[in-house]
Design a protein around this ligand. Sequence first.
Ligand SMILES: *Cc1c(COP(=O)(O)O)cnc(C)c1O
Length: 372
Amino acid sequence: MVESHSEFKSAESGRFFLPGPTEVHPDVLAAQLRPMIGHRGAEIESLMARLQEGLRLLFRTERAVFVSTSSATGLMEAGVRNGVRGGLLALVNGAFSERFARIAEASAIPVERLETPGDRPHDPADVVERLRSGRFDTVSVVHSETSTGMLNPVRELAEAVREFDDVLLLVDSVSGLGGAPLLTDEWGLDFALTGSQKALALPPGLAFGVASERMAARAAAAPGKGLYFDLTQHARKLERLQTPSTPALSLMYALEVQLDRIRREGLEARWDRHRRMAERTWAWVDGLREERGLELSVFAPVGYRSPTVTCVALPETHSGTDVRDRMRARGYVLATGYGAMKEGAIRIGHMGEHDLAALERLLGTLEEVLVE
Ligand SMILES: *Cc1c(COP(=O)(O)O)cnc(C)c1O
């Protein structure tokens, strides 16, 4: 068993700043040691009922929340295969939004990309213009683009999409939900999904999603949606507080404990904690540039920065892998830039369990590494 929480905190925590998976609280890890229960019957039903209550609060929804034993990509695929009827417009400005388009291609579903550079958010007016072609019945977007630190304006994009009859919006909020405000029902999102291992600070292996009534109707009529990610089956089983196949019970135990911790902190307080960590990171970048003459910058533009992950563009004198490795030697884990930005940037996942004090220690060490 783990030692007392405070010992654990001082010895081990506050050092793992990957933008997923993220640090998991020891009480949440320990919950996975509970014995198995049957996945049909009263025990799973009461567990699932408790999970549903917490998940609904997280998603800000009145609807049932799917619990999928898969990584988040599984529910991205579910969204595409259950939701798209004849044409997907994939809003792409990073690696994860590109994944929606690839899923459609791999499923033989017609798709076109509306691409903007990684440091530019999607503009609702561009989306309206493309939708006027009439070729699309579904739009996909990533809320917090973990590859760039961009926060796309999902609420405004949802408003734009709703100007059209019967066009659905699929929203990947994998590194957003739990750290950045996302109001599923109020914003009128047709399918919102997330994974366990980012801002929710759980081990990887579960994904969660909510479908609107329009989305549920599409799913019921969708041909060729496969079996494992058939959302109609999920919905049917969820009515009886069960899942179509054996769920990852141990992860559900962990989820129960984490939902309780999130409820005690309060979702809004949690959003606020993330916003403060992000703002501190941006101010630190600006300070290093203005006071120490290091040409660092936050990659995402002001007003469109994710509260959970910051991509810091490095000057040519520094390389992403080198900075990562030297931080690793000092006991800190962070990520290089993503894809083509691997050497030109680093990414800090200030999400999940972290707080300002831990972030401050990370930034202090990172500063030493950068000015060395
Ligand atoms: C991590 C991530 C994914 C993929 O999640 P998996 O759990 O690895 O399938 C998708 N979208 C975003 C924005 C992510 O950050």
